[in-house]
Structure formats: structure tokens, C-alpha cells
Design a protein around this ligand. Sequence first.
Ligand code: PLP
Length: 465
Amino acid sequence: MPATSNIYPTKQLQERDAAHHIHPFTDTGALNREGSRIITGAEGVWLTDSDGNRYLDGMAGLWCTQVGHGRKEIADAVYDQMRQLDYYNTFFKTSHPPAVELADKLAQLTPPQFNRVFYTGSGSEANDTVFRMVRTYWDLMGEPKRKHIIGRWNGYHGSTLAGTSLGGMTAMHAQGDLPIPGVHHIAQPYWFGEGGDMSQEEFGLLTARELERAIEEIGPENVAAFIAEPIQGAGGVIIPPETYWPEISRIVKKFGILLVVDEVICGFGRLGTWFGSDYYGIEPDLMPIAKGLSSGYLPIGGVMVADKVANAFIEKGGEFFHGYTYSGHPACCAAALANLKIMEEEKLVERVAEDIGPYLQKSWKELGDHPLVGEARMVGLVGALELVPVKGDRSKAFTPVGDVGTLCRDISFNNGLVMRAVRDSMIISPPLVISHEEADMLVERATKTLDQTFDRLKRDGRLAA
Ligand SMILES: *Cc1c(COP(=O)(O)O)cnc(C)c1O
């Protein structure tokens, strides 16, 4: 463990947190009564809290810590960069070595149509950039009516105005009177929850064809782009049926709209390929990236811009009145470069595809036999367990939705494993460096958690007889 001894009593930290800190995606009133869990240190896949408890970080922070916590190489690279050039902007005809080097590196790693990046500070900002870039692109192409963007219900593209609007989280839309006009949503390819009696293949086609229907309804001459995650992350690790992406690609090509593939979670090895687009064989025109780009060590994101779009801006765009003070921040670029270097040197993408991915998938999928689990699914190192009241019956869910997931998550924390609850499914997305032994511990702790949750529900009479 690193020498991050915690000198403050937990209670005192919790009180000051409650007094002065409004948390993201949190019922602050409830949290303030309960008290936050204070994390004081981390190394590899392990977190330590202010009372010295250790947790296996099954979520890699928030889906981002690909190379694990506490990597000295990244800390050193950031330190060196800050000593050399702490900050300078990339506006007004200036650049600096780390921004140049990272852009070049990203052009190499991403699919061949991508040769340029627009830097942002986060995934949300990347999607705000997408929003303005897409609309401006069609203006430049002489088709200014093409302003409508189609996303998906239960998709997640961040929490800014454009991110929230493009995403399909209704609870988020309700706060701030969103989405922005001109954004539409179609059904998600969530077979387990919404597929009814259909086969996965049929359901994949049906939900993809919703895009065609939406385009025809809005008028093909008015549609600018479709945006989607390869696998929905925050929506509950929704892995689309195999028929889904090929059909989406066909429709996108048929109508000539732009395809935006949000790689903020799937990018940088999560699926055992550099990008989710590689995994599914998709050809996006724009690719928002963030999270795994720097393993979360410092905030950085970007939009990969395909030549087709970049050339329109370069040849006839004039000035794009858009950018962030921290676009291409030197220290953040240095962190990203050091992170990507580790990923390449340790062959983490190959490791997910050939070694630890298949290893964890095997035991994770065996959790599908548990009486509380309706489905266990995983691609690469991102997976979910659907908790159900009646095993073998996909039409039955717990009511109210979400209670059981929260209960299971809290039990998991007590068992020293961080899993995330989305509705009543449990999500994992561990660091790509997780060892076989740690993967075994993850599954052991998840099993214990499922057993305890099951017993609790049985005792409370919440399971079918
Ligand atoms: C997390 C996430 C975002 C938003 O990224 P932030 O860095 O939190 O702004 C966007 N898209 C997807 C798919 C994400 O998972």
C-alpha cells in the first residue's frame, strides 16, 4: 500500500463533506445523513478507505482506470511535464509537444479514417463538441436543414446540456427541461429487459430498424447524425444482439447521415480491442473518447474526427468558434501518453482479448446459474448480472425497480468488492491489469454477495415461492 496514511478521523471528514460538498449523481440530503465513504488510497485493483478497509475496485473507478491505480510511470510523466511546461493553451496558433505527440498516437491507434483529434476535458465536453461539429458540418456541406440528431433511450453521453440531451435518461431530461430541440431517441437493443418473446437476432434487427423509421419520420433531408455507444455502459452494460450493428451501419449508409460512436467506455481496450468500433466492425465519422484515455489519472477527453468531416472544416470551415481552456492540457496529454505506453508495453488490449477476458468471462457467466441471476453477460472486461425475482422468467422484475440493486451493491461493498447497481443489475468493469487471482477473488466475493442478497430477499418474502 502507498504511504497515504489518513490523518483525519473519518467522522470529521464526513461532517465537513456534508457541510460543504455537493456530490454528483447523489441525493445529497440522504448522503449527508448517512455519511460518505472516504477513499484515501489505491494501488492496482485495490482501494483503501479512511478506516483502513480494502475493496477490490470492480468498476475501475468510473470505468476508467485501465492500467490500475498508483502507477508511478504516469505520476512521473505528469511531474516532469509540469516542471517543463505546466500549462499553455492550444488556441491562437499555438501547440506544444505533448498535445502533438498524443494526437499523432491517437491517429495511429484509432481506425484508419481517423487522423485528427479535437481535445476536450471530459466525455461530456466531447459530446458537446460533437453536437456543434455535426450541425456545423452540414452547414458547410450546404445542407443546413440537416440538424436533427438521433440517440437512444437509456443511452449515456454525459451530463452537460448536449450530453444529457443526446443521452436517453428520462430522469436526467426532467432536470433542466431537456432534451434540446432537434434531438430524438429510439429504442435500445436491450433484449433481456425488452425483447419479449423475440429471439435475440430478431430483436436486434427490430431495434436497429427503429433508426430507419425515425429517419423517415423526421425526413431524411433533416437528419444530421445518429449517436450510440457500442455497448451501453451506464445504461446497464447492454450488449446488443449480433444483428444490431450491421443493420445500423446499413441504415446510416443508406441515408448518408453521420455516425457518432461514443467510445468513452468501450475505447482503450475494454472489449479486448482498442475501440468498440473495432470489436463490432463499425465505421464511425466521429468518436468521442475520454475515461480510459488517461486511465482517469487526469481529466482529458476528445473527439476523433474522420477525414471526411475534418476536410470539410479544413477546406471550407474558416474558424470553428469552439474550444476549452484545457483543450490539450500539457499535463493531461502527458498522463494519457504515459497511460497508452503502459497499455502497449504490457499488451493490455491483447491480454483482455486472449487471457484475462476469457478467464473472467468463464467464471462470471457461471454466476448465471445462481437462483437470483436471470442473465450473466460479459464482453472483454465489462459485464452485468441481471437480478430477477423469478428465475427463468424475463417478464418479471422487482418492484420498485432499483431497491434490490442498491441492497446488493451495499452488501457487495461490505464484502470488499465494488460493483455498481443499475436498476436491478450489477455491473463490473475492472482494471485491465486485474490478475487471475484477483479475478477469482472478485467472483468469490460476488458469489457471497449474491447469496447474502438472496437470503435477505427470501427472509423479507420478496422472492417468488
Ligand atoms: C462517462 C461517459 C460520458 C461522459 O464522460 P464524462 O467524462 O463523465 O463527462 C460520455 N459517454 C459515455 C459513453 C460515458 O460512459
